[in-house]
Ligand binder design. Structure first.
Ligand code: MN
Ligand code: MN
Length: 271
């Protein structure tokens, strides 16, 4: 049994708005009659049965970015009190900072596996430290007990490299994906999944189209290969404004179902 929380926030988007509409579109895609609720591990994504849908974080519409951080962190903290692993559906990637702000203190040690085209390690982006280009700098700056492993990166510029070196981030670029042995981690893991890790051919409905990415099948293969207790996850950066056919919403729905599968594997873990 897992919890699902929508975070309709795109105030951290540096290039175009839209991801605030994603939670609604992902729920629609999950229940679309064009597919079914099967998860590849043999279970199903059934609301009220193995998924408790907590709805969306409220009051984000008129919030400033610092207010949004507090509102989202408080909602996540409340959700975690139920003791179930939490799947958060964004929203842009800036939501990873408040989610982890609430989640990381619950664990003695935590490794974040970030699937992304971008490192998102800027100390600030054009003066904004709460941009979606920054959440992992905020997290690593705040928590000494959190490690970051990035997968699928293909935009590592000078500042990204400098920050990755500073924080000791392990990077598996898109050109050199990790082996199953490299995904064996013996302590709690949190998955942060930015849809732009996928090639735009597979997921065109994102704000930042970054060619040279993973196929949907490669990504699912990596998710299934993670050998660790997985205690939480987010799925971010679907931009419905860029997704007129709904193909990327269907990809997001598929990934939400697979994330549910791997989270419920860890559902017995005390949080
Ligand atoms: Mn990102
Ligand atoms: Mn990205």
């Amino acid at each position: 049994m897992i919890s699902l929380l929508g975070i309709p926030w795109d105030g951290g988007s540096s290039f175009m708005r839209g991801p605030a509409g994603a939670p609604e579109r992902i729920r629609e895609a999950i229940s679309s009659p064009s597919s079914n609720l099967a998860i590849e591990d043999g279970t199903e994504f059934v609301s009220g049965e193995n998924v408790i849908d907590l709805g969306d974080v409220l009051s984000l519409g008129k919030a400033t970015a610092p207010e949004a951080v507090e509102i989202i962190a408080a909602s996540v903290d409340r959700a975690l009190q139920d003791g179930r692993p939490l799947l958060c559906v964004g929203g842009d990637h800036s939501v990873a900072w408040p989610i982890l702000k609430a989640t990381a203190p619950k664990f003695e040690r935590l490794t974040i596996l970030q699937f992304d085209a971008h490192p998102d390690l800027y100390p600030d982006f054009e003066g904004d430290p709460l941009s979606h280009a920054c959440p992992f700098a905020q997290i690593l700056e705040t928590f000494d007990h959190v490690d970051l492993v990035q997968i699928g990166i293909r935009t590592l510029n000078r500042i990204g490299k400098k920050q990755a070196d500073r924080f000791g981030v392990r990077i598996h670029p898109a050109s050199s994906l990790p082996t199953a042995a490299e995904l064996r981690i013996d302590h709690p893991v949190y998955i942060s999944l930015d849809l732009d890790v996928l090639d735009p051919a597979f997921a065109p409905g994102v704000s930042h189209l970054e060619p040279g990415g993973l196929s949907t099948r490669e990504l699912i293969g990596l998710l299934h290969a993670i050998d660790a207790p997985i205690v939480g996850a987010d799925l971010v950066e679907l931009n419905p404004e860029r997704d007129p056919t709904g193909v990327t919403a269907m990809v997001a729905a598929k990934l939400a179902k697979e994330l549910c599968g791997i989270l419920q594997r860890s559902a017995h873990l005390p949080i």
